[in-house]
Design a protein around this ligand. Structure first.
Ligand SMILES: [Zn+2]
Length: 353
């Protein structure tokens, strides 16, 4: 049974992302079936519905990336104990967002928690970097109801969270959520890095890379060189992606507050890695050729909107005239094409790239 707290921690992710949009009759359907599947060799994907983690089994223990949430992590610990009989030695966070980083307490007695150094900054009591355009609009350092409801109501199923989520994170029901209350299920990292880090365990070596900012400002990409597999979350394949990587990006809050040029650079940094399989935090397994497609979308979006700005087009003109026709068969094209144009417009005006 899921506790209400962890049901919500699971859902939060879901809402804002949506199984909902893909459900029939516009009724959200949240299915959080837990599963484990082999990727290759001793590398596995563990899933809580559409949220995926990854783990590598060695003789000396397990390296796990993203515990997802407390209930899932406790379930996973039981499965790992039963199946492999070695402890989890490392837990890596793909980034600090609550719907991927929560739950490491289940492994804390044996594992070192590893993350990019900015994860600590996002857990220092200040309003953290948040997904889905949930930002500190009144600059009081607290999560207020309207800061969740504004993006939730503006882009249902895409940005913000699901209706009622604020009441679930407001554990003491005082109408305001300090960052520590939001992050109560996230353990801070024990070990951090800035650009790259290598971890070795049981004769295996993996590489951590901070690709730069995109969806978050504290992202870690994990490369499993022997398996030729890359793990990255909420970037390249965002939470809307399922079987096909060809999905228009959700583009919340002018692209999560990161310059679009930085998004492109960071995606290209992943493409430059030596791998065959992209096994991300959302979506199916994708080839390197498929990983190149979201990069092309961002480049074409940037070029088209930059060109529009140079020609003095208004935002409304751009939304009408920049059709990005080559992406017309991508998921969410009708709904999100104008939104990504607006996001890129605001992004390019703000950052002047
Ligand atoms: Zn995220």
């Amino acid at each position: 049974m899921l506790s209400p707290r962890n049901l919500l921690l699971s859902c939060l992710c879901a809402s804002f992302i949506t199984s909902a949009l893909q459900a029939q009759d516009d009724q959200p359907v949240f299915v959080f079936r837990n599963s484990i599947e082999n990727i290759t060799g001793d590398l596995y994907r563990a899933s809580n519905g559409a949220w995926h983690s990854i783990f590598l089994v060695t003789d000396e223990g397990i390296i796990l990336a993203d515990p997802l949430n407390t209930d899932f992590a406790e379930w996973l610990k039981g499965e790992l104990d039963t199946r492999f009989d070695v402890p989890v030695r490392y837990v890596i966070y793909s980034h600090s967002h609550f719907d991927h980083a929560a739950g490491a307490t289940a492994f804390a007695d044996t594992a070192t928690i590893v993350a990019h150094e900015r994860v600590l900054l996002n857990m220092d009591g200040r309003y953290p970097h948040m997904p889905g355009d949930m930002i500190d609009r009144n600059a009081n350092g607290m999560v207020d109801r309207e800061e969740i409801e504004i993006p939730t109501n503006a882009d249902p199923g895409i940005c913000g969270m699901f209706p009622g989520w604020f009441d679930q994170i407001d554990l003491d029901h005082d109408g305001i959520v300090p960052p520590a209350e939001l992050q109560v299920d996230i353990l801070p990292p024990d070990l951090t890095y800035s650009e790259r880090m290598t971890l070795s365990l049981g004769g295996k070596t993996i590489e951590l890379m901070h690709p730069g900012k995109n969806h978050g400002d504290d992202m870690t990409v994990v490369l499993f060189p022997d398996e030729r597999v890359v793990f990255a979350t909420d970037m390249i394949a965002d939470a809307l992606v399922r079987e096909d990587i060809r999905s228009v990006p959700s583009a919340c809050g002018p692209l999560d507050g990161t310059p679009i040029a930085e998004w492109i650079r960071s995606y290209e940094a992943v493409l430059a890695l030596d791998f065959d399989i992209f096994a991300g935090g959302h979506g199916a397994f994708f080839s390197k050729a498929e990983v190149a497609l979201p990069v092309e979308y961002l480049k074409d979006l940037q070029a088209a909107v930059s060109n529009g700005l140079a020609r003095g087009m208004s935002l409304e003109q751009m939304k009408e005239q920049i059709l990005l026709e080559e992406y017309a068969d991508w998921a969410y094209y009708d709904r999100l094409r104008p939104k990504t144009i607006e996001a890129a417009y605001r992004n390019l005006v703000q950052f002047r790239f």
